[in-house]
Ligand binder design. Structure first.
Ligand code: CA
Length: 230
């Protein structure tokens, strides 16, 4: 059984203690620090298997810690979940754009936290998927080599950019992406993609997916994600 070491960076001691308690109960090996400075020191000394990082910290804040981690080739691959308070969508967007794997809004239940940790660890372990490999999500088959999407064997006619957006989202189900990240992923196409046009693209894509449009979920204040099928 995997017994991942998880570092929790949180200055609110009661949340820190409760999180450590719940993660130990699940069999993980959690440890905690209460500042960004301590976190960086500890991560550099012995990189954990995952980091849960509160964004509102005294001193170096969480976003700055993420920025430093993601710039370091030795540390940038560590799965990272950020914690934010309600209503701080701008921070969530920045965190995801800096490379966080997921986010949790406070107050959160231990069950939600555990589920997110599992999901991120699971995704990370399958991350080395071949970009040209067909993606199957329920009845939807996305074939990057052929640039073709079929639902129950029936071909769906998508534009090149719609295809790219769908493939990008569906390759990482459950993962929330900001509009900017989506733009970035499909950049290089002839179509001039902006934040606004991502919304327009998604509307078109959903229309073409018909009953399956619900698989592209809107994440309020953040962007979009492809529904995770468990
Ligand atoms: Ca805090």
């Amino acid at each position: 059984m995997a017994r991942e070491e998880i570092l929790i960076v949180e200055d609110e001691e009661d949340i820190l203690e409760l999180t450590i308690y719940n993660l130990s109960k699940e069999g993980y090996r959690p440890s905690g620090v209460t500042s960004g400075e301590e976190a960086l020191k500890k991560i550099r000394t012995k990189p954990p298997d995952m980091i849960i990082l509160d964004l509102m910290l005294p001193g170096i804040d969480g976003l700055e810690v993420s920025r430093i981690l993601k710039k370091d080739p030795k540390l940038q691959g560590i799965p990272l979940i950020i914690l934010t308070a309600k209503g701080e969508e701008a921070d969530i967007v920045s965190g995801l754009e800096l490379g966080a794997d997921d986010y949790i809004v406070k107050p959160f239940s231990p069950r939600v936290l555990i589920a997110r940790i599992r999901a991120v660890l699971r995704r990370k372990s399958r991350e080395s998927v071949d970009e040209d490999h067909p993606v199957t999500m329920g009845d939807i088959l996305i074939h990057p080599g052929r640039h073709e999407v079929t639902i129950n064997g029936k071909r769906v006619d998508l534009t090149y950019t719609e295809f790219r957006v769908l493939h990008f989202l569906a390759s990482r189900p459950g993962w929330a992406f900001t509009r900017y990240q989506i733009v970035d992923a499909v950049r290089g196409d002839n179509y001039p993609v902006t934040d606004r046009s991502v919304d327009v693209l998604v509307v078109g894509l959903r229309k073409k997916l018909g009953n399956y449009s619900k698989y592209i979920e809107t994440v309020r204040g953040v962007g979009y994600r492809f529904k995770e099928m468990l």
